[in-house]
Design a protein around this ligand. Structure first.
Ligand code: SF4
Length: 239
């Protein structure tokens, strides 16, 4: 299979079948904690890399061949190799999966294109959106996510506030905390304020524990993670 992988047991999403909209990494970030390799695969946009009919044919074949297992999925999760909102077929893929199956659809996004209303509209057919927010200052954003030029963190935050109002499904915000990069007190205080404004259904805190694209990337310690979780209140969990 080229686009479908799994199912996998995910700590965050339960039993999840993965859908990747491309066969190679396409992303407009180059996060220091990325597990898909270094920035050599970094791209701005490549909407031609997959088309919805190929992805949906593969999904339909998998779904038909895996009854009744397919009924036990918690989510079909669109993420995979890079950033799904860079793909022009995202809206059609979400609609197509829901048309041929009973599956709930989740989309994991780096949030970079959430400021664009037309991209937010593409996501409205999903049941769950998991956007990332690792930083709230331009400095921390550059250090941890290393976005392509033109992506502004203040616009992402406003986009997430708008998405919360427009989207009726579940919104789970993911925050990756890296020691010495985005975990200082001032940044955590500002992050807490931004998250309150966004008002997600859940906040999932993470810290890198697997091999990352950069050396010397360390998780924050468990005690600090628990303190930040307490600051963010009852909707927050450690993923
Ligand atoms: S957004 Fe995801 S795929 Fe893109 S560089 Fe960051 S971790 Fe890797």
């Amino acid at each position: 299979m080229k686009y479908i992988y799994g199912p996998v047991e995910s700590r965050r999403l339960g039993r999840s079948l993965g859908v990747s909209l491309s066969a190679h990494k396409i992303c407009n970030f180059d996060c220091v904690y990325c597990q898909l390799g270094s920035g050599k695969a970094f791209r701005q946009e490549d909407p031609a890399c997959s088309n919805s009919s190929e992805v949906l044919e593969e999904f339909s074949a998998w779904y038909a061949q895996h009854q009744p297992e397919s009924e036990k999925l918690d989510y079909v999760t669109i993420s995979g190799l890079g950033e799904p909102t860079l793909h022009s077929s995202l809206k059609e893929v979400i609609a197509g999966i829901k048309k041929v199956s009973n599956c709930r659809v989740a989309v994991i996004t780096n949030s970079s294109l959430i400021p664009r209303k037309e991209i937010r509209e593409c996501l409205l057919g999903a049941d769950l959106i998991v956007p990332s927010l690792d930083a709230v200052t331009a400095e921390a954003f550059q250090k941890i996510d290393r976005p392509s030029s033109g992506v502004k963190i203040e616009e992402i935050i406003e986009g997430l506030v708008a998405l919360r109002k427009e989207f009726k499904g579940q919104l789970w915000l993911e925050v990756m905390l890296v020691r010495g990069i985005n975990d200082d007190r001032a940044h955590i205080a500002a992050l807490t304020q931004a998250i309150k404004r966004i008002n997600p259904d859940k906040i999932q805190l993470n810290s890198p524990v697997r091999t990352t694209s950069e050396k010397d990337i360390f998780p924050i310690d468990k005690k600090q993670l628990e303190e930040i979780k307490a600051l963010l209140g009852e909707k927050c969990e450690i993923a």
